[in-house]
Design a protein around this ligand. Sequence first.
Ligand SMILES: Nc1ncnc2c1ncn2[C@@H]1O[C@H](COP(=O)(O)OP(=O)(O)OP(=O)(O)O)[C@@H](O)[C@H]1O
Length: 257
Amino acid sequence: MNGLLVRALRLSLGGTAVLGGIDASFARGRVAAVLGPNGAGKSSLLACLASLRAPDSGTIMLDGQALAAIDPRDRARRIGLLPQTADVHWDVDVATLVALGRYPRRGRWGESDEDRAAVARAMAATDVTRFADRRVETLSGGERGRVLLARVLAGEPEWLLADEPLASLDPAHQLDVLDRLRAVAGEGAGVVVVLHDLNQAARVADDVVLMRGGRIVAAGAPETVLTPALIAQTYGVEAHVGHTPEGQRYVIPVRRT
Ligand SMILES: Nc1ncnc2c1ncn2[C@@H]1O[C@H](COP(=O)(O)OP(=O)(O)OP(=O)(O)O)[C@@H](O)[C@H]1O
């Protein structure tokens, strides 16, 4: 079966159950937002989906094939991960770092015109072209975050897993990145994005997965999942949910329950 399918996934770290039996499915051409309080297990789930962590038990199937059995280079071509931290402990310029994201797709003869075009597109989409010659460590936190997103986009993965890609971004660049995620899904890739901002999730997601304590509380369309009752159950906050005149759902946390 096509898609990224997770069944009975369990993961313990340092003796603590971090994922307590996750069942979820993600589809190409859709944006899924994974939400939940700090420590819910969102990043751990993404790390398992990216094969960075091996679960204790359970299965992850990618288009009918066990993820763990896929050749690492093929996996790197198919799955791109934007990790949570925007740290780059490496003296490298922006263009070089972004081009590295293309590496899994490069043929044996080195960089092609198509590779260069994909890198240029990724840099334009994240508004970092003008930083091409800058050392990455001289960028601001938000600029660096955009460069790291460009690196993943340059690889044009079939699956884009992004862990809090809006962290440190100003509102204009947040909208750019959300539009980009939608465009990537529109081009046929599957997008799984961890977010903290419920409004941005409502804006971008086809599907929302709410997590708490290493388990899934609810999953489904934003209208069915981003409700005051489920938000209270997941985050322990009372929220006001409404719609803008344009019909966009908004969620304002009002107080702790
Ligand atoms: N190496 C480790 N040893 C012990 N516990 C760990 C380890 N790594 C993560 N954890 C714990 O696993 C739980 C899930 O962490 P994870 O990073 O997946 O949460 P998250 O939902 O992404 O949180 P946040 O919103 O804060 O980024 C947390 O309680 C965390 O403290």
